[in-house]
Write a new protein. Structure first.
Length: 78
């Protein structure tokens, strides 16, 4: 997990023209928002949960396609 260096960010912001209050607020906001970010483990778990649903969805589409083809073949004149 990457570490957010708040002091380095604060120094860069103030050196770039932010006031001390602006830099402090931005650094605190960015630090707080890191907890809301998804990690690779979160994404992997989400994909693992999604996989069975996707297989069922694909099988459903395949079944509907076969049913449509059969129905269309019955409409063809013999």
């Amino acid at each position: 997990m990457a570490i957010f260096d708040t002091h380095k960010a604060y120094r860069a912001l103030t050196a770039g023209g932010f006031s001390e209050a602006q830099a402090q607020t931005l650094v605190e906001t960015l630090g707080d928002s890191r907890d809301a970010l998804a990690t690779k483990a979160d994404l992997h778990a989400g994909l693992r949960d999604l996989e069975p649903r996707m297989v069922k969805y694909q099988l459903g589409i395949a079944g509907a396609t076969v049913a449509m083809i059969v129905a269309l073949l019955k409409l063809l004149p013999v």
